[in-house]
Design a protein around this ligand. Structure first.
Ligand SMILES: [Zn+2]
Length: 99
């Protein structure tokens, strides 16, 4: 397809994590990180993966060709809260909860 540039930026796959509304202790830490006092309306609010560290994710250990391979999953560890934020400039908090 000439002229088409539809590649995703490498290593920039963003995925989203729903707010853990049922886990109050964790939810409160998420809200603190997001500088919010209460969850936004609608339980579909999500925080994107850019606000989490690599080590916030669960690992999978698999055997591949006889070797033990550790790889990150897209699932967060149960107690982590988003911690990567840059609120210094004019960050816009629209109806999503992040960015
Ligand atoms: Zn975000």
């Amino acid at each position: 397809m000439p002229g088409g540039h539809y590649f995703k930026a490498k290593d920039k796959t963003v995925h989203f994590h729903k707010l853990l509304l049922k886990r109050r202790a964790v939810l409160l830490r998420w809200l603190a990180a997001l500088k919010r006092e209460s969850p936004p309306m609608g339980t579909d609010s999500r925080v994107c993966s850019e606000h989490f560290l690599d080590e916030d994710y669960l690992e999978d250990k698999i055997f591949e060709s006889g070797k033990l391979v550790v790889r990150r999953t897209k699932r967060l560890k149960p107690e982590v809260a988003p911690s990567v934020f840059n609120f210094t400039s004019k960050t816009k908090l629209t109806k999503g909860v992040c960015h």
